[in-house]
Design a protein around this ligand. Sequence first.
Ligand code: SAM
Length: 346
Amino acid sequence: MFEIIDRLVKYQDLNDEEFISLLNCTDVAAMEYLTHRAREVCDRNYGRKVYIRGLIEISSYCKNNCYYCGIRRGNAKAERYRLTKEEILDCCDHGWELGFRTFVMQGGEDNYYTDELMCEIIREIKSRYPNCAVTLSLGERGEESFKRMYDAGADRYLLRHETANTEHYSKLHPKEMSLEYRKKCLFDLRKIGYQTGCGIMVGSPYQTTENIVEDLHFMQKLKPHMIGIGPFIHHRDTPFADYPNGSVELTIKLLSILRLMFPKVLLPATTALGTKDPYGREKGILAGANVVMPNLSPVATRKKYSLYDNKICTDSEAAENLADLKKRIKAIDYEIVTDRGDSLCE
Ligand code: SAM
């Protein structure tokens, strides 16, 4: 296994058989070596820095019905809310004071947020804070819509592809949703000029090791600037309520593999990882992740943005969460920095 890991470091690639044996490997010493090599590569590119992004969950309304997601259209128990332009700007004001230089607006696919409204919000954020970066994570929209928001000043877009395998995609999503269109959105975003992020849930229902290898190949084609991965965590009011959660170990391993395949990519240690394991985010950073996304949403709405059960950081204020996070990152000998933290990928 050690030679396979060395080959991955050297060539940033492996053949499918090697990827599969690495993904299935449980040897503790080999896994420690993998995370160590990944961390080395991350330190060489980004230093011992961890970038923070202020996450603003703008809407829990969603027109989609993804089987895994707590805010799916069909969940009658989901509490719905949407933030007004003023509420979003208040979150940014607060975030700016705390040192955030990237604002991520994420939400369900909600037609309330027309291109006009999104462009107005983006322009206002950019005019108040000319040095900040604006990231969007609003799901699938048309190429024209992506372009208008980019022209209004948006810098980055996160759209997990969820799985690169058509059959697997159809087990996670209803018929009206298509993997082909989701992939097209990602290539459109990249072409327009966004720093583009894709990603998957690790251990989503029906996922096979071969599916993950397909995901890696898709990422090689897309060449993303950011990759968001976190364990699948079931939500009690979805069709996948009784499916097992994804594994922290596999998520950590995959973070290291991604770091070695894409040395310059921005790789978050996600909230889902921190939810599944109290030290998940620290473990993710030590395995090659270099971004964390603390929640800047108003405390009153956080519990309503319930994608999966027991999501962390829904109770305390952003300032309190950030102070705690800074301490925790310092304890593993890394430092939270407040620059924009653009991707070094081309
Ligand atoms: N609507 C936008 C989209 O589709 O990209 C952004 C919001 S969506 C809720 C953000 C991400 O949450 C999804 O891409 C998915 O991977 C993740 N997610 C949803 N349900 C989840 C679950 N049960 N466990 C872990 N992650 C989940």
